[in-house]
Design a protein around this ligand. Structure first.
Ligand code: C2E
Ligand code: MG
Ligand code: MG
Length: 502
């Protein structure tokens, strides 16, 4: 690609031409001068009339003045031009460089065979969507402006570009120390965490950062961004609000991720997934419902656990397709099971404003009663943010679908959930159940959750019940439902059908 012509090139060109003319005229004047004083000179010069010496000198003077005049104007023009160019290359909201211009700058510093080190941070704001949803777009904009200012004040020498809505690239020419770069990122997060008044309330900007270095990690600008992006992905996956530096091992993980995404897409198309149903027992030890758990038996890799592929599906449209498949399968199996069935719905699905209406459409198409379905949501759904999520859950509940909070206690939002919205079932995370015998505090927490549940009132299901002793203690604490390998493992529909027939 040909680079844009630069005004400084024009000035350099002009200076060269002016210098060549000046040297030419000076040469002629000099030789004529020599001839004038009687020394021999080239024939051509000797043929010049004597007055040409004067003409030459006048020409030189005009040239000198002309050059001064031209130089000044060119310098002013160059400044105006470069200011205009810079403002065209600035993001209108934040004032940092636009994506295109930032990439141009990055390409100028990062290229093959360049020994010059460049530190690179890829920053992604974690809570822009929540802020937009809860406080309006003006608040989101103000947070982005604040974010850009903090970046520039913490790393004054950096070249900063806005790469997308809430994504920023930060290039630090000459930086070659990864641990120091990581610390710089951490300082940035610390500064961002300080609350700033936005839209009349204090807001903390949360961000995740991926770090990579050139030429150590990549010698190509696009690769450098990809490596930092991979590290950023790890930071987000590890719970956000973190700085992660690129490590070559991450490339293997990325290959695995791509493999799973590709194969899962194919498996969904070929209808190769299965559902297993795990019974949930009531206090009288009769089955009161089932939980549908997706299973994927890959032809080469064997069983792939949902813990492995659900997070990958959540990053693309695959989770929507998978969720749709699960719901349709459950609706088809419901008459055989003859009991309510719980389906797991990932937070990514709830963020879709169309989710509730699609869910209802499937129930209508399959003639399924809504009260036979329970939606299990994991407590990572950000409550304070999620106008859409809450509206989705409220719409489903209004139709008669029950809502269960899954893995209660495993995340950070549990208590907020209790006061945040209406639901029907709490499922206590199995980590509390596993520690029941050994940890008195866990037993107390379970008892306290049961107390709260009774007063709401909602059901409390204990997950991961593996021993008789756990079951005894859970009953004592006041749990109203029990699920675990002790009572019944997840099994395909045929097994349940056979058991019912026996
Ligand atoms: P979850 O919803 O909490 O499901 C319970 C998990 O605990 C299941 O793991 C189940 O097999 C396991 N489990 C049940 N009883 C016991 C026990 O006594 N001991 C132990 N150690 N484990 C027990 P699974 O099937 O591997 O699923 C893992 C997670 O994947 C689920 O956790 C759920 O969050 C997610 N998942 C599964 N199916 C789906 C699905 O269709 N859609 C979505 N979005 N997520 C799903
Ligand atoms: Mg579940
Ligand atoms: Mg669970």
């Amino acid at each position: 690609m040909r680079p844009d012509p630069d005004f400084s090139d024009i000035i350099v060109g002009y200076r060269r031409i002016a210098l060549a003319i000046a040297i030419g005229v000076m040469g002629v004047v000099l030789v004529r001068f020599v001839v004038f004083f009687g020394f021999a000179g080239p024939e051509v010069v000797q043929a010049l009339p004597a007055g040409s010496l004067l003409v030459g000198m006048v020409l030189l003077a005009i040239l000198a003045f002309g050059h001064r005049w031209m130089s000044r104007r060119l310098t002013v023009l160059a400044r105006v031009w470069s200011e205009a160019r810079a403002s065209a290359n600035r993001d209108a909201l934040t004032g940092v460089f636009t994506r295109a211009y930032f990439l141009e700058k990055l390409s100028a510093d990062v290229f093959h065979n360049s020994e010059r080190p460049v530190g690179y941070l890829q920053l992604d704001m974690d809570n822009l969507k929540q802020l937009n949803d809860s406080a309006g777009h003006a608040a989101g904009d103000a947070a982005l402006v604040h974010l850009s200012r903090v970046i520039q004040s913490v790393i004054p020498g950096a070249v900063v570009g806005r790469l997308g809505g809430d994504e920023f690239g930060i290039m630090i020419p000459g930086h070659d120390n990864k641990p120091a770069l990581r610390r710089l990122g951490e300082e940035l997060l610390r500064q961002l965490e300080k609350p700033v008044p936005i839209g009349g309330r204090p807001v903390r900007v949360s961000a995740s950062i991926g770090v990579a270095l050139s030429p150590q990690d990549a010698t190509d600008p696009a690769d450098l961004i990809s490596m930092a992006d991979l590290a950023l992905y790890k930071a987000k996956k590890g719970g956000r609000r973190a700085v992660v530096a690129f490590d070559p091992d991450m490339l293997g993980d990325e290959r695995q991720r791509r493999f799973i995404e590709r194969e899962l897409r194919a498996a969904l198309m070929m209808n190769e997934l299965e559902l297993h149903y795990q019974p949930i027992f009531a206090a009288d030890m009769t089955i009161r419902s089932y939980e549908a758990l997706v299973r994927w038996r890959h032809t080469v890799r064997g069983m792939i656990s949902p813990a492995q592929f659900i997070p990958i599906a959540e990053e693309s449209d695959l989770i929507e397709k998978l969720g749709d498949w699960v719901l349709r399968r459950v609706c088809a199996d419901l008459p055989v099971l003859g009991m309510p069935v719980a389906v797991n719905v990932s937070p990514a699905q709830l963020r879709d404003a169309e989710f509730a209406s699609r869910f209802e459409a499937v129930l209508a198409q399959t003639g399924t009663r809504p009260d036979l379905l329970i939606v299990e949501i994991t407590e990572t759904v950000p409550l304070d943010a999620g106008k859409i999520e809450l509206a989705t859950l409220a719409a489903l509940r209004a139709r008669g679908v029950r809502i269960a909070i899954d893995d209660f206690g495993a995340g950070h939002a549990s208590l907020q959930y209790l006061r945040g919205f209406a639901f029907d079932i709490i499922k206590i995370d199995r980590s509390y159940v596993a520690n029941l015998g050994a940890n008195r505090i866990d037993a107390m927490i379970i008892a306290a959750i049961c107390d709260i549940a009774r007063s709401l009132p909602v059901d409390v299901v204990a997950e991961g019940v593996e021993t008789e002793e756990q079951l005894r203690q859970l009953r004592l604490a006041g749990c109203t439902g029990f699920q675990g390998f002790l009572l019944g493992r997840p099994q395909p529909l045929q097994k349940h059908r056979a058991a019912a027939a026996a």
